[in-house]
Write a protein of this length. Sequence first.
Lengths: 294, 311
Amino acid sequence: MIKRVTFRHKWLPYALLAPQLLITLVFFIWPASQALYYSVLQQDAFGLRVEFVGLQNFVYLFSDPTYLKSFNVTVVFSLAVAGLSLSFALLLAVMADRAVKGATAYKTLLIWPYAVAPAIAGVLWYFMFNPAVGINAWILQTWFGYDWNHTLNGGDALLLIVIAAAWKQISYNFLFFLAGLQAIPRSLIEAAAIDGASPLKRFWTIIFPLLSPTTFFLLVVNIVYAFFDTFGTIHATTRGGPYGATNTLVYKVYNDGFIGLDLGGSSAQSVVLMVIVITLTVVQFRYIERRVEY
Amino acid sequence: MVENRPWLTVISHIVLIFGIGVVVLPLWVTLVASTHAGEDLLTAPIPMWFGDQMVENYSQMLTAGMHHVSGQPLTLMMFNSLVMALTIAIGKIAISLIAAFAICYFQFPLRMTCFWLIFITLMLPVEVRILPTYAVVANVFTPLITVLNYFGMEGTELVLPGFTIDLDLSMLDSYAGLTLPLIASATATFLFRQFFLTVPDELTEAARIDGAGPMKFFRDILLPLSRTNIAALFVILFIYGWNQYLWPLLVTTDPGYTTVVMGIQRMVNVADIEPQWNLVMTASILAMLPPVAIVIFMQRLFVKGLVETEK
């Protein structure tokens, strides 16, 4: 936690920590405490008085069908993004682990989407699935006779942002899976091969179980990503619609608070989100091999 | 490779090429669309090979922008994005370096408290505290005023003997507002802390015997040793800063401060008409170009940074 050899100084350490702490207090701790504070208050229609209402905002929130729907959408969305992106990335990583020739070229061509902003990723897929001119929508229409329309069909809209969000995350998952695969001792796999285990059997009985720490770590990271980093993907494309089909919790907190100006309700939503982040962070630090030691 | 199975090698290459096809397809479609005239993209199927409008599209977007949506040239937006990305990356690295140095190399009261305060920021992304953070940026003295009011001060003016300070400073529509609230970073502080813990104590002892003070040790020994870590972190943070979306959306209303990633949604979400896809795609390519180029050309640093920030 601390170096054995340290320096002694009365004020220098505080001065060094001051910028970080000042920004943390003003822009993180203070707003978060305000959200906590306002989540138990209710403002009247004119914004003139506030009164203490206890947990009423939360009770209201969890009896509000649009909020429950949004919760539902977020859970389905995150699991779909994590599942799609992880399985695709694992497949590619296993193949890239085998390929000796061209490994660097494959890697380069697969990692660049990491650098694309979630909002831009959304726009690219939004264009490709555009019902009028999009190439994917056209293929679905002419080859499969499916009328894709994400502006009217909620399922299509949700699938669109799932694909856009999962696409961007493939690079990240691929890199970590590849590193995980390369860390598996060759001797184990060779021993299994000598015993006559086929590649598929080796994968399910040796490689996949040994990869499980990586998989679990990536699962948490992907869920955090789907929860909190996909605001841009949704805001730039479907805007929560149609009829709330892509209205995730983060999009809703923005919409209710910033556009709808509902202080109490939006703060209660913020508090719920904080609880979710804290839970996910605790899971990440507690159950995934201790990556940070204190 | 464990054993020689030629057909399996062929299959793995086919799967990889197919996978790359899926990953690269959006880039291809975007690139192609950005070289066509608007009329070519009005009916399906749209062309899959390059058109001849590339120069026109790119020069229009770079110098004039899209007319009916505020009409800011993309050079301005990209400049704003660059300022934002560089300030966030350099700012985060600077304040995290010195904070990690203080936490690792000094013994002082409240050391653990400071550490945990920084740790908490990990659990408070902007997304969960949108409204109150906006209120603080609208007047950065809000916390101070609340505390002073609690102790009996009235209004928002701090009256000191001899002069009065009006505690009202808005950071909306400014580079400071765009960057400062995003500069605190638990991840970067942890990263440097981890690294400092691996630096041999003998170096510190030797420096002290030679009479070097803490700041001289920091500047002449610790900083040069951290060079690769700083570079790797810079790559990740530059991408992070460039790709910010929600924050610029909240704190800027003046089109002069629009960043390119946030500006594109205005071009897509046009009321009642189809967006001008050729120009939207041109803007998308320009918005992706800097971060993607960094990932491709600084691949080793990028991978190092990615792996290390997750520790």
